[in-house]
Design a protein around this ligand. Sequence first.
Ligand code: 5GP
Length: 119
Amino acid sequence: METVFSKIIEGTIPSKKVFENERILAFYDIEPAAPVHVLIIPKKFIASMNDVTPEDLPLIAEIHSVAQQIAAELGIADSGYRLINNCGPDSGQAVPHLHYHLLGGAKLGALTGNSASHA
Ligand code: 5GP
């Protein structure tokens, strides 16, 4: 499926890359929600977390390893950061290509903008 992220992978939409290998690309978010806001995506098309299969799990693990590496390189490993995946409409997922937000560089706000309930 063609999305803004597949175009970034192809290079037809420019991005400010922070990491790339054969399987994974990481680049700065165009609308940063924190002083450090990097998107980490698999080059393989996976629409969302719901579409991750058991064979994708090494790729998901590698994304975590890449997030750890980028956090260290960008100087936020010790101050702390969040690695967030939005999946589906309630999460606000806007781009239907699996991606993780790496956010840090400042004290981050509440985890969600909504009041929560387990009732
Ligand atoms: P979502 O809401 O789907 O979890 O996050 C999608 C993210 O992609 C948003 O934070 C948005 O700012 C970012 N984004 C959308 N289009 C572009 C783009 O063309 N370039 C970059 N670098 N980020 C984008």
